[in-house]
Design a protein around this ligand. Structure first.
Ligand code: NOJ
Length: 586
């Protein structure tokens, strides 16, 4: 079984190659369907998304995951804030993103940087105020950008008023908001479950002499979803934010919402986890079927507000399991994330093809949601680039993959610049507790959370000089929004180009997917067809040059729409190392 934290750990132990190789430059070929899309410089306006107002806007969108702490620091206190985001909405609009998923910005002691919420209906003062939030929503709306929040449904902070009440006495009216049990013997927790963040999942609380359950840190006690009062509070919180103009929620850790009612011991596996504890198979504290009934009830709340969407952090190892999250009648999550790309971790065309086909044919007929990285996973260019290869070129290749598939891509802030992981080198610098507890086996998640790189000024323009909460990447003088905007061959302009194509070419926004047979196992090729027009995508996942004839598919030739390290001539495509082509069949 694939489990969130196990995956975080596993994924981080991956390729970190120092690389440099000649880049065969991004070159765009022929004309595009609209004049605006034909330009690749930043001055070009992003073409409008004609689905922006539709109820299923999310099917035709690019969603941008934004980590508020690290995006832009408007008051120069070292951490990002809401006003910083508002100030950069034009950038997001020009990039062509349709929705922004904000990771938690609610009041929080920040033990897990916002994933420990102490008040679900407010904004943490270090990020701003509710007024700032309202302004962000309304300014975003003017630019056709929707705001999606991160709803931490599984647990709250131990500083939430519910938990403070709950722990105060066994008879408190909030007692049953959390999961309290007696130990099974003196000084022995109720069962053998291990927290994903190390140690037992139970903590003895001296005031009442009982243990409470926490799948994550002890400061993140699990809410008791079997208590209808908890459900009511959480659903009303969703309504409260919907009324404020929010378009949806990404549900954090939704697969651990329920636990086995009998609290059966998990089977022990061989070996140790990152924290040195015994490994276990999380069958009784993960993916408990009751979650589906709760999601169906939650979806009814969402459907009270047209066009609202539920995205799930759904770490599933099979597409069968993933399909269940769409619901038996498409009545649960519209967008359970498909994480199965994130565990490939090398440029293996066959594996990508297999996983694309698996999600394409999922039992629920659910809309695919593609993810390559996020704030918990090492950045994609570090994970997938083979030793000696050019990370920027691999970044372009990966973008060409998931920005042209049938489905919604959720991109992570900074990947459009080709940002690298900036991992700490000394334990004393680590901010993420995972890194502090598991050092050096696991350096934690700081590396993928460093400040956004805006320009070549102090602190990459993230702020005006105050010490930043995490160090700015050493490459910021050249890898930043300003520099890449001015360079037609930059990773940033490649993203803009592909997103503009998604907006203007119907085959890319709504076409069928079909795998194309290939002559070489390192080549990934597929087509997308809508309204009688076919677009082909060819991706060279190797360092070897590939020459491909698509005469069968395109007897009258191909018209190139976008290419990087590749050329198109008639039906002939030449791809250099890690090259990519998007072309329309004439
Ligand atoms: C998943 C979030 O993405 C991660 O950052 C967090 O630590 C855990 N859930 C716990 O909320």
């Amino acid at each position: 079984m694939s489990l969130a934290g196990q995956s975080f750990t596993w994924i981080r132990k991956t390729l970190r190659s120092a690389a440099h190789c000649v880049l065969l430059l991004a070159a765009l070929i022929a004309s595009l369907p609209t004049p605006a899309a034909a330009q690749s410089s930043t001055t070009a306006a992003m073409p409008a998304n004609r689905y922006a107002a539709a109820d299923d806007w999310w099917k035709h969108s690019v969603i941008y995951e934004l980590y508020p702490r690290s995006f832009a620091d408007s008051n120069n206190d070292g951490t990002g804030d809401l006003n910083g985001i508002t100030a950069h909405l034009d950038y997001l609009q020009q990039l062509g993103v349709d929705a922004v998923w904000l990771t938690p910005m609610f009041p929080s002691p920040q033990v897990d940087f916002g994933y420990d919420v102490s008040d679900y209906r407010n904004v943490d003062p270090q990020y701003g105020t509710l007024k700032d939030f309202d302004r962000l929503v309304s300014e975003a709306r003017k630019r056709n950008i929707k705001i999606v929040l991160d709803f931490v449904v599984n647990h709250s902070s131990d500083q939430h008023k519910w938990f403070k009440e709950s722990r105060s006495s066994r008879t408190n009216r909030y007692r049953d908001f959390y999961i309290w049990r007696d130990g099974r013997a003196a000084n022995e927790p109720p069962n053998n479950w291990r927290s994903l963040f190390g140690g037992p999942s139970w903590k003895l609380d001296a005031t009442t002499g009982q243990y409470y359950y926490h799948f994550f840190y002890p400061e993140q006690p699990d809410l008791n979803w079997r208590n209808p009062k908890v459900e009511r509070e959480m659903f009303n919180t969703m309504r409260w934010w919907f009324k404020r103009g929010v378009y949806g929620f990404r549900l954090d850790a939704v697969d651990v919402l329920y636990e086995d009612p009998k609290l059966k011991d998990n089977p022990i596996l061989e070996g140790t986890d990152s924290y040195g504890g015994p490994k276990q198979d999380h069958i009784y504290d993960h993916s408990i079927p009751e979650v589906h009934a709760a999601l169906q009830r939650m979806r009814k709340v969402v459907d009270e507000y047209p066009g609202r969407v539920l995205i799930g952090e759904t770490w599933t190892s099979t597409t069968k399991e993933l399909a269940e999250y769409y619901g038996p009648h498409n009545d649960e999550l519209q967008m359970p994330m498909y994480f199965n790309f994130t565990t490939i971790n090398k440029l293996d065309a066959e594996k990508f093809r297999e996983r694309i086909e698996a999600v394409e044919t999922n039992d629920a007929g659910g809309w695919p949601v593609f993810v390559l990285s996020n704030h918990d996973i090492v950045r994609q260019v570090d994970r997938y680039t083979p030793a000696g290869a050019d990370k920027d070129q691999v970044g372009r290749l990966l973008a060409a993959l998931y920005l042209t598939l049938r489905g919604t891509p959720i991109m992570y802030m900074g990947e459009e610049l080709g940002m690298r992981n900036n991992d700490p080198t000394r334990r004393e610098d680590v901010k993420d507790i995972i890194g502090r507890l598991a050092w050096p086996k696991d350096k934690g998640r700081d590396g993928e959370r460093t400040p956004m790189q805006w320009d070549a000024t102090v602190n990459a323009g993230f702020n005006t000089g105050a010490a930043t909460w995490l160090p700015v990447g050493a490459d910021y003088k050249t890898r930043n929004v300003a520099a890449e905007s001015a360079d037609p061959a930059s990773v940033l302009n490649w993203y803009r180009r592909l997103i503009a194509l998604r907006r203007t070419v119907p085959a890319l926004s709504e076409g069928d997917y079909r795998t194309l047979p290939v002559s070489d196992k390192n080549l990934l090729a597929f087509s997308r067809t809508a309204m009688g027009k076919t677009v082909v995508v060819l991706l060279n996942m190797s360092g070897e040059e590939q020459s491909v004839s698509l005469a069968d598919v395109a007897p009258r030739g191909l018209r190139g729409l976008a290419a990087t390290a590749a050329t198109v001539s008639g039906a002939q495509v030449k791809l250099s190392a890690y090259g990519a082509v998007v072309a329309e069949v004439e």
